[in-house]
Design a protein around this ligand. Structure first.
Ligand SMILES: Nc1ncnc2c1ncn2[C@@H]1O[C@H](COP(=O)(O)OP(=O)(O)OP(=O)(O)O)[C@@H](O)[C@H]1O
Ligand SMILES: [Mg+2]
Length: 404
């Protein structure tokens, strides 16, 4: 097998950065880091592509950078889908096995899932994922694998993730225009969850909050299965804009101030700490107490976390998240975010760091790369399925060739 056969590539086209991460599968089935290509995102606004050509250019740049290190052309990628009016809904559907009870086959499970996923979607919505939550065998719930059980009726509970069709089509179009085949699109917080959550957290109940630049994307797990997914259209950019307006300073300066001195709660603002704030135009810079900065950031943090909590409440999940909330995305780095989250959401909070990939630089162990690394695991499964079906085709061909 050559490198091209084992190559696994993830693409995260966020509103701040566009990244292509390449790895290869080792003999042992683990992933080994090869390269990271990075480009400034272009052609995006509020988490959506507004200029296809520019977005495609940024993707191409990131992929070119990775290709130079990998040494072979990158053809197929798994792409992350963020923001874009993501909506999750739960659905149930099933089939009658037979009047006389018999053993459930794989094909029965496939049919039950097919019925469960049949929901009416408006034309502007695209189906992104159908994820099985549990099966019900003659109304007995909580079954994860019903194959081999004996019953008369099999039902499936599934979580269906939909997104704005235009957003999804534009993302795929931008990748195609950059010369790539999109093997799969994966909801970004779902990818982030893959990189930072363990099975105990998913069993106990956990909210994963991926706070990027343009939006905050959320997925929720319980009993080991995805229960809810949604987006709050507020991200790190909004915090930066608030600072720029509140302290009357240019956006790039506001961004620097946020990263160096920003705190999400008054409690962490230094009593006597002052920050030098450059003014707009020719005016001299001013000294502003850190408390004034916290005054700006705290209400924004409360707003976004409050909206996440409202959505959990609406879904009846707010009291069921035993493992609390885990933050990923660049904006998770805001100092004090976990403190304010524990206060607003009344659950334990922590930052989710992706597991280290073999051979990867330490800089990749950052919450902003959680979705990208998670996408790589999805890409690995896509490549494994491709290899399996290619192997099957080869065996079939050999079989028929032998017959002649
Ligand atoms: N130390 C820090 N403190 C506060 N915010 C930070 C820090 N570092 C990065 N951020 C913020 O993180 C955001 C970028 O996060 P990320 O890299 O996850 O975005 P993205 O994936 O490109 O965006 P999106 O997912 O919304 O499309 C920016 O708004 C940036 O200001
Ligand atoms: Mg992102």
């Amino acid at each position: 097998m050559n490198r091209k056969d084992k190559l696994v590539v993830a693409l995260d086209a966020g509103s701040l950065k566009t990244c292509a991460l390449a790895a290869e599968e080792t003999e042992g089935g683990t992933l080994k880091y090869l390269a990271l290509g990075r480009a400034e995102a272009k052609g995006w606004r509020k988490g959506l592509i507004v200029n296809l050509e520019a977005a495609a250019g940024a993707i191409r740049k990131a992929v070119d950078e990775a290709e130079q290190v990998v040494g072979v052309p990158i053809e197929r990628v798994v792409v992350g889908l963020g923001a874009s009016q993501v909506r999750g809904l739960n659905s149930r559907g099933g089939i009658t096995i037979s009047s006389r009870h018999r053993e459930i086959q794989r094909e029965d499970v496939r049919k039950a899932l097919e019925v469960a996923r049949t929901v009416h979607l408006p034309a502007e919505c695209a189906l992104v994922h159908v994820i099985p939550q549990e099966y019900l065998v003659d109304s007995q719930d909580g079954i994860l694998d019903p194959v081999g059980m004996v019953c008369g009726r099999l039902e499936a509970n599934v979580h269906i993730v939909t997104a704005a069709a235009a957003a999804m089509n534009n993302l795929v179009a931008a990748a195609n225009r950059a010369g790539l085949i999109v093997a799969e699109t994966v909801l970004e917080p779902l990818a982030a969850a893959e990189a930072v959550l363990n099975s105990d957290q998913r069993a106990l109940g956990v909210v994963l909050v991926d706070m990027g630049a343009g939006s905050t994307d959320v997925v929720c797990f319980r009993h080991g299965a995805l229960q809810h997914s949604f987006t709050v259209p507020i991200g790190g950019e909004h915090f930066t804009n608030d600072i720029a307006v509140g302290l009357r300073t240019p956006i790039p300066e506001a961004e620097k101030i946020k990263r160096s001195f920003g705190v999400a709660t008054q409690l962490l603002a230094g009593e006597n700490t002052s920050i030098e704030v450059p003014s707009v135009g020719d005016r001299p810079s001013r000294l502003v107490p850190q408390r004034a900065l916290a005054d700006i950031l705290e209400p924004r943090a409360q707003e976004v976390l409050g909206r996440v909590l409202d959505e959990l409440r609406r879904a009846g999940l707010d009291r069921q998240m035993g493992a609390g909330v885990v933050f990923t995305g660049g904006a998770a780095k805001l100092v004090g975010l976990c403190d304010i989250a524990e206060e607003v959401m009344d659950m334990p909070a922590q930052i989710g760091l992706p597991e280290k990939l073999e051979g990867a630089p330490d800089s990749l162990r950052h919450p902003a790369y959680a979705a990208l690394i998670g996408l790589l695991y999805f890409a690995q499964r896509v490549e494994q399925r491709r290899a399996e079906s290619a192997g099957m085709m080869t065996r079939l061909r050999a079989f028929f060739a032998g017959k002649n």
